[in-house]
Design a protein around this ligand. Structure first.
Ligand SMILES: [Zn+2]
Ligand SMILES: [Zn+2]
Length: 621
């Protein structure tokens, strides 16, 4: 009675949900089934033959078999449900769902395996609703679902993002089985990850009696999708070191972008080592993400090594290398690579030009950038919003503010926040307050809630010593309830990632070792001529207080920490969540000179490679 009630409730839920998402299919219009027979012939041999047909997608050979059986009057053997399931699978892998359904309909009493084969066939061809309906149909026939049926139904729920039905199936599994097997558990994990129910992912993962590489990959992908970078890297480490599961290319392709995101070069290099040691040949997408990781960690020489050793390259490989050069301020190399690409007969696309144009604008190569923009049409690439954004940035940075503004006003599509934002930054670089006010108006229209935009305008006023302007912006922010993002920097040391928050990290900042290094450093850089520039600080407070305030910027705390905890001469790599401020930029330059340490700082926009007192961005960011 209880079982029946659960079934009725489940059917009600599924029907209710499905009634919203699916029209019913006309399966019942298909011809009636002939009566099934079985003559006990060697089913195995035919089954193997059909397997071969499935893997080669050969309907032709299967039809020959049917014809042969018919000729020798043995076609009754095809009534066997195992062979019928195989036929259904064969038709569905060949994209002939209607034929598969015809075979399905022709079976009188259908076992679970036939339902599953048909439902998988639907799923494979993108008819996920039909697959779920078939699952309901099976339940209504009082056929007990087995593991394959559960996995199939969960996969269909995943593809349809129907969390309600998926949860109902999970409840059904627990009710009937108490415990799911590994395949079903993996399907559950994947379902919850895709539906964004991460708490459930962890619950299922916790109680799984056995976890394989697929289970771990799903967990890691779940963390990565949520941007929980540290947990992603932790899970990857535990998977390998503690559980000894190893990895697949999927694991590495998921983890590498995370290393790139937080600039954990050390973890990235380890993954590179694992790829090299592996007996399996790495595929192109994996090597592409390796190049991307090195580029985003500012280790451009490694990018080139991986790139040069790749036997086959696709367009993404070239684009990743181009973008790597460009974001690291190596525009000459990027342009040379582009020429090489053309010589090799590789046709560039929109992404190639975004890489080149943004590189040109960051390096001040205005003429070259304009030439490339015009050359896009020669390669059949239509300029998109992103290309126009690069063009506006290119003109603005080089001081052609009016031309940049005119371009932004006249582009064929609606100008985005990034276009007005870059133009506002150009107004900051060239101290043009009146244009900045016009541009800010447009920008606040498109992006009313981005605190960075208000801060930029405020900085422009502050640079011009227009304090009432600064106050107006502050009032505007207060009125709209916009808060400044707190600055945050991180560095990787051994396997630990250390995070520093602006004005925070008080334990470390109060420590004796910090004040000792900080004082020595301050004396050394001031002796070299560094003077704090406090115009970036928005507070109407004394100069001394302002200087204290900028000292608390997270990238500086991170740099001091790295100076204390790494050996002399070692490069320091810092990632920052905001655009580096003018004063921190001069501070980093001075520190790189007095400590003789290269410092690689990645901010929201680009890389700054500080060495011997200068920066790769040539103070142009
Ligand atoms: Zn700063
Ligand atoms: Zn710089």
């Amino acid at each position: 009675m209880e079982v029946l009630r659960v079934k009725v409730v489940f059917m009600y839920i599924i029907a209710l949900v499905l009634s919203f998402i699916t029209p019913s299919i006309n399966a019942h219009l298909l011809p009636p089934a002939p009566s099934p027979t079985s003559d006990g012939e060697d089913i195995n041999a035919f089954s193997l033959f059909l397997n071969a047909c499935i893997s080669t997608k050969s309907i032709h050979h299967a039809q020959k078999l049917c014809f042969h059986l018919h000729k020798t009057q043995k076609d009754s053997i095809l009534e066997n449900p195992i062979l019928k399931s195989k036929l259904i699978t064969l038709y569905s892998v060949c994209g002939q769902v209607d034929e598969a359904r015809r075979v399905f309909e022709a079976i009188g009493k259908r076992p679970e395996s036939v339902y599953v084969a048909m439902a998988i066939g639907y799923s494979r061809n993108g008819f996920c609703k039909e697959a779920l309906l078939l699952y309901c149909d099976m339940l209504s026939q009082c056929i007990e679902p087995e593991n394959f049926a559960f996995s199939m139904a969960l996969k269909a729920c995943t593809d349809l993002s129907t969390a309600l039905v998926g949860r109902a199936i999970h409840a059904q599994i627990m009710k009937h089985r108490g415990q799911a097997d590994q395949v079903v558990n993996n399907a559950l994990l994947n379902f919850y990850v895709e539906c964004g129910c991460f708490a459930e992912v962890l619950k299922v993962f916790e109680v799984m009696p056995q976890r394989n590489v697929v289970s771990w990959n799903t967990l890691i992908a779940g963390y990565a999708a949520l941007g929980r970078v540290f947990e992603t890297l932790d899970a990857f480490r535990i998977m390998q070191r503690e559980e000894g599961i190893g990895f697949s290319w999927v694991t590495l392709t998921t983890v590498l972008p995370i290393c790139a995101q937080v600039t954990t070069l050390l973890s990235g290099k380890e993954i590179h080592g694992q790829i090299v040691k592996s007996r399996k040949k790495a595929d192109v997408p994996l090597l592409n993400s390796l190049i991307d990781m090195y580029a985003k960690c500012g280790a451009i020489s490694y990018c080139k090594k991986v790139f040069d050793r790749m036997h086959s390259k696709d367009l993404t490989t070239w684009n990743t290398m181009l973008a790597g050069y460009s974001v690291n301020g190596r525009i000459e190399e990027a342009i040379a690579l582009f020429d090489e690409m053309i010589r090799f007969g590789i046709r560039p696309d929109g992404i190639s030009f975004v890489a080149l144009l943004s590189g040109c604008s960051h390096s001040g190569l205005t003429g070259e950038g304009k030439r490339l923009f015009d050359a896009m049409q020669d390669y059949g690439v239509q300029p998109s919003l992103e290309h126009y954004a690069c063009l506006v940035d290119l003109l603005g940075r080089s001081g052609k503010l009016d031309e940049a503004f005119a371009t932004a006003e006249n582009i064929p599509m609606k100008a985005s926040g990034s276009i007005w934002g870059s133009l506002l930054n150009s107004c900051r670089l060239h101290c043009n307050v009146s244009l900045a006010e016009t541009v800010a108006e447009r920008l606040f229209d498109v992006e009313p809630n981005n605190p960075g935009n208000y801060l930029m305008l405020s900085n422009i006023y502050a640079n011009a010593r227009m304090w009432d302007g600064v106050n107006r912006v502050r009032e505007m922010m207060a009125m709209k309830g916009i808060k400044k993002d707190s600055g945050c920097s991180w560095i990787q040391m051994k396997h630990k990632i250390h995070t520093f928050i602006a004005g925070g990290s008080s334990d470390f900042r109060c420590s004796a070792e910090y004040s000792k290094v900080w004082t020595e450093l301050s004396n050394a850089i001031e002796a070299e001529g560094y003077i704090p520039d406090t115009s970036v600080v928005l507070h109407d407070i004394s100069e001394e207080m302002k200087a204290m305030w900028v000292c608390g910027h997270s990238e500086r705390i991170a740099a001091v920490f790295a100076l204390i905890h790494t050996s002399p001469g070692m490069p320091i790599r810092i990632t920052n969540n905001l655009r580096v401020c003018v004063d921190c930029h001069s501070w980093m330059k001075a520190v790189s000179r007095v400590t003789r340490r290269p410092i690689v700082l990645r901010d929201t926009n680009r890389f700054h490679h500080f060495e011997h007192g200068t920066c790769s961005c040539k103070d142009y960011w």
